[in-house]
Design a protein around this ligand. Structure first.
Ligand SMILES: [Zn+2]
Length: 64
């Protein structure tokens, strides 16, 4: 009987992982790949959007 319950727990855990994986896939699917560059002011990773970059760390921005 113990083996049966273990199997049931494994099956439930696997189903939960599949559901979580599907939910994560839908969340992360971005049609536009996010570009990044090095901030010339502080050297941290800055976001690039449509020929324009903005550093979330120091707040600096400019055109690419
Ligand atoms: Zn910066």
């Amino acid at each position: 009987m113990i083996a049966f319950f273990e199997l049931l727990i494994v099956a439930v855990a696997a189903a939960a992982l599949i559901i979580a994986g599907k939910a994560q896939k839908g969340k992360t699917s971005n049609p536009v790949p996010r570009k990044t560059m090095r901030c010339p002011s502080c050297g941290s990773t800055a976001d690039v959007r449509g020929g324009y970059w903005e550093c979330p760390y120091c707040g600096d921005s400019g055109s690419v």
